[in-house]
Design a protein around this ligand. Structure first.
Ligand code: FE2
Length: 392
């Protein structure tokens, strides 16, 4: 197999290419990538020809965002609690958020490609950017549909861009408090003790404490402090669901989706559609129905390039995702129901309501995906605890 896209690693705020496109993926390279935390790559072969996953933002903007955010994160890691994120830095990050919003609007508001196939040693950086991208998309749609309610209870539609920029800043910095949590706790493979959980639960407030007084709007603050709160009151740090600000709800959805779909030390690998289904299952309890509905029409559960099994037994690659039928993409069928290879042809899942995607496949010729790979490094208990704290 040859690599279809470069693989990056992110270290100290710099995004470094680990492998170039066209690199040969041998078993040894594959094992090395897995050790580096890379759980999926794009490959180029005859079958996948012409399938180009559409990324929500350009690589140039991703680089710029990683650079700006990386320098903020590096200073927090170096100086701990005494760090202050100053107004100037916030302004630079605000510039990144505006650029993100511009690009997202041009790209038509859909997350289809796996947003982050890179290996991040500081995973919070990639996570923060993904949460920001997804949250801005949800926020833009929600504000355009429903407007916002002012202090007097009036629904308004003015100043949407400025509200979204403040939301985006909160999303970029929602997890900075995590940089203060000792690595022994954050990466502990086993179950956390109550005391350790208390430390983890402090990170929203600890993050806000790092930001210079007056540099951050209250519309950004609510996203940081409330991203682990849930509508049903089962979240933290306050455990109060009523009057939860819409920015906190958006941050919560984006955070859960990216946390569950990314691979973590304590998590088994989970295909993106599982994270998508998890968010849908939390509608009406942890998250409001209207926002989950917007999520459902914004994020593609099966991105382009993913190998799938259909309910009639055929296999193929997702070749095109369209926003109108985001969970019923075009499939490039490669195998008939008996598993025999066929000359590839395109099949519109949107026109065939009696066929569904029944599974994702690691390998078109291999057996269906095994249940999550829970190796020694991955503790079931820690994973369950993490999932419970995510879902409330
Ligand atoms: Fe968090």
């Amino acid at each position: 197999m040859r690599l279809g896209r470069p693989v990056y690693s992110c270290s100290g705020g710099a995004r470094l290419p680990l492998l170039q496109p066209d690199a040969l993926v041998t078993d040894r390279v594959r094992a090395g990538l897995e050790r580096a935390g890379v759980f999926a790559v794009y490959v180029d072969d005859a079958v996948s020809e012409g399938i180009t996953p559409t990324e929500p933002i350009s690589p140039e903007l991703r680089d710029r965002a990683v650079r700006e955010l990386g320098s903020t994160f590096t200073s927090i890691s170096a100086n701990g609690r005494s760090t202050r994120i100053h107004g100037e830095q916030i302004e630079r990050l605000g510039g990144v958020v505006s650029a993100l919003l511009r690009e997202l609007r041009q790209s038509g508001h859909m997350v289809s490609a796996l947003m982050d196939l890179q290996s991040f040693d500081a995973h919070t950086l990639g996570h923060s950017l993904n949460v920001c991208v997804l949250g801005l998309m949800l926020g833009d749609e929600a504000l355009r549909r429903h407007g916002w309610t002012d202090g007097r209870g009036n629904v308004r539609r003015d100043g949407i861009d400025s509200r979204l920029e403040k939301l985006g800043l909160g999303l970029l910095l929602h997890d900075v408090g995590k940089l203060l949590i000792p690595a022994e706790i954050l990466q502990k493979p086993g179950r956390l003790t109550d005391d350790e959980m208390d430390i983890v639960r402090e990170h929203p407030q600890a993050g806000l404490d790092l930001i210079e007084e007056g540099a951050f709007s209250s519309l950004s603050r609510v996203a940081v402090i409330g991203h682990h709160e849930r509508l049903d009151g089962k979240g933290y740090p306050h455990g109060r669901g009523e009057d939860l600000h819409v920015h906190a709800q958006i941050a919560g959805i984006a955070d859960v989706y990216d946390a569950v779909s990314s691979m973590r030390v304590y998590q088994a690998r989970r295909p993106t559609h599982e994270a998508w289904e998890l968010v849908l299952s939390l509608a009406g309890t942890a998250f409001p129905l209207d926002l989950v509905r917007i999520f459902k029409h914004t994020v593609a559960p099966y991105p382009e390039g993913v190998a799938v099994q259909l309910s009639d037994g055929r296999r193929g690659l997702v070749s095109r995702v369209r926003r109108e039928h985001i969970n019923r993409p075009t499939i490039r069928v490669t195998h008939d129901p008996d598993g025999a290879p066929v000359t590839a042809y395109e099949f519109e899942l949107a026109d065939a309501w009696d066929v569904v995607i029944s599974d994702t496949l690691q390998d078109l010729d291999g057996p269906p995906d095994a249940p999550p790979d829970r190796t020694a490094a991955v503790s079931d208990e820690r994973h369950e605890q993490q999932l419970a704290s995510i879902t409330g």
